[in-house]
Design a binder for this molecule. Structure first.
Ligand SMILES: NC(=O)c1ccc[n+]([C@@H]2O[C@H](COP(=O)([O-])OP(=O)(O)OC[C@H]3O[C@@H](n4cnc5c(N)ncnc54)[C@H](OP(=O)(O)O)[C@@H]3O)[C@@H](O)[C@H]2O)c1
Length: 212
């Protein structure tokens, strides 16, 4: 049966790229969940539905989760932990298990060397907030994958490698298009369950991202 995927934060930059890849490379149907939903149009009205909602609102999430097989959360913001808690609560109550959650590099202090120090200093409290949100996801019973991208670029390329939670992070950058591709594959193939993966472009080691 055709899978239905709920995309939370569907106006986000990676989410827009993932939407395109889902439509082009799979036969999945999509529910696009976002605030101020008049900002977007469906690309394929036969396969997509737009839902106005806030990711911190459990009631709205529960309604949106009806008939859904997997959730891809592309969220941000100072209340990211509250959003994580709401997503877990709503998924538990509706009985949806699969979640791909976009986080960031550095939440476990896993980025080595000078780049790790620079990343900690530059990202500061953002890292603490994203770690507490990832903790909520990892403490759940869901079939989650936490994705930790390197510093994001808008390069038109798919070029990436993956590190696991217990390994040092590699590289400094990765394209949003690569992350979108990883998300589609994670949901298509149901891989990396109950794992937190780092994703970077190979050969981009350095003390800072190249543009800094
Ligand atoms: N920039 C980097 O180098 C970097 C590196 C690693 C990880 N990341 C993280 O990766 C994630 C995805 O990146 P991106 O470029 O796709 O980010 P983005 O374009 O900022 O997308 C994040 C989306 O989250 C949505 N959102 C925030 N709070 C929400 C809420 N309460 N309810 C519903 N939607 C909400 C925002 O919606 P609105 O439009 O309604 O505000 C926005 O569309 C972000 O969390 C980012 O911090 C970034």
């Amino acid at each position: 049966m055709t899978k239905k995927v709920l995309i939370l934060g569907a106006h986000g930059q990676i989410a827009r790229l993932a939407e395109k890849e889902f439509l082009a490379k799979t036969d999945f149907n999509l529910k696009l969940y976002l605030r101020n939903s008049s900002r977007i149009r469906t690309e394929d009205a036969t396969r997509e539905e737009i839902i106005d909602g806030d990711a911190a609102n459990v009631d709205q999430l529960e309604k949106a989760l009806q008939g859904v097989d997997a959730v891809y959360a592309n969220l941000a913001g100072n209340n990211i932990k509250e959003q994580a808690s709401a997503v877990v609560k709503a998924m538990d109550s509706v009985g949806v298990k699969r979640l791909v959650w976009i986080s960031t590099l550095g939440i476990y202090d896993e980025v080595p060397g000078k780049f790790g120090e620079w990343n900690n200093t530059t990202l500061g409290n953002y890292l603490t907030r994203y770690r507490s949100a990832a903790d909520v996801i990892e403490d759940s019973d869901l079939d989650y994958t936490v994705v930790r991208p390197a510093w994001l670029t808008n390069k038109d390329e798919i070029d990436f490698e993956v590190t696991q939670k217990e390994e040092p992070f590699k590289g400094t950058e990765v394209s949003r298009k690569s992350i979108a591709h990883v998300v589609v594959e994670l949901i298509q193939n149901n891989t990396e369950l109950k794992r937190s993966i780092g994703v970077n472009k190979p050969g981009t080691d350095g003390d800072k991202p190249a543009w800094y």
